[in-house]
Write a protein that binds this ligand. Sequence first.
Ligand code: URA
Length: 210
Amino acid sequence: MSEPLTIVRHPLVQHKLTLMRDRTTSTAVFRQLLRECAQLLAYEATRDLELVDEAVETPMGATVAPRLAGRKLALVSILRAGNGLLDGILELIPSARVGFVGLYRDEATLEPVQYYFKVPAEMGERVVIVVDPMLATGNSSAAAVDLLKQAGARNIRFLCLLAAPEGVERMRRAHPDVPIITAAEDERLNDKGYIVPGLGDAGDRMYGTK
Ligand code: URA
């Protein structure tokens, strides 16, 4: 992907995002909307995947048609909220391999602390899509990408539902080679590191933990 930041302005994405922002939207509906947005965002995030021509026999005869080239793509979820984006994308790309990065945010420093890391083999040969609904301070995202690069990943893109300007800037400085795909860039972060206007805590909203 060539654009450092892609904001997906498709009306369906924007409509679904507005429903997700609404504080009265139920947990079940929030989760379903997140799944749908994940698919629409993944459609954009995979626009430049390489194709290779392959011989195929249709019921009408022989032809040559494109299919995805190279190693299976890797999806990497930043726990726990990233998991809300996984299932929708896996419906679209069922053969994708899946990794997990566990980072929690120290609420005092807002710095990420790692507690889990498990990714597929041969990360250097795969397109890697890191998923996390909220790009807030960008600290966890930048740390997750650091870990993925240490594991050999080279072709990484970051998919989120919402981004704060601070997070976009942090990622741009730390990882200028990692394009960001999102549905909106909001105004700012508040003093607790939440996106304003945002949609609240994405993990709590999708799992009903608040
Ligand atoms: N994480 C969330 O879930 N929401 C925010 O607004 C920021 C970080």
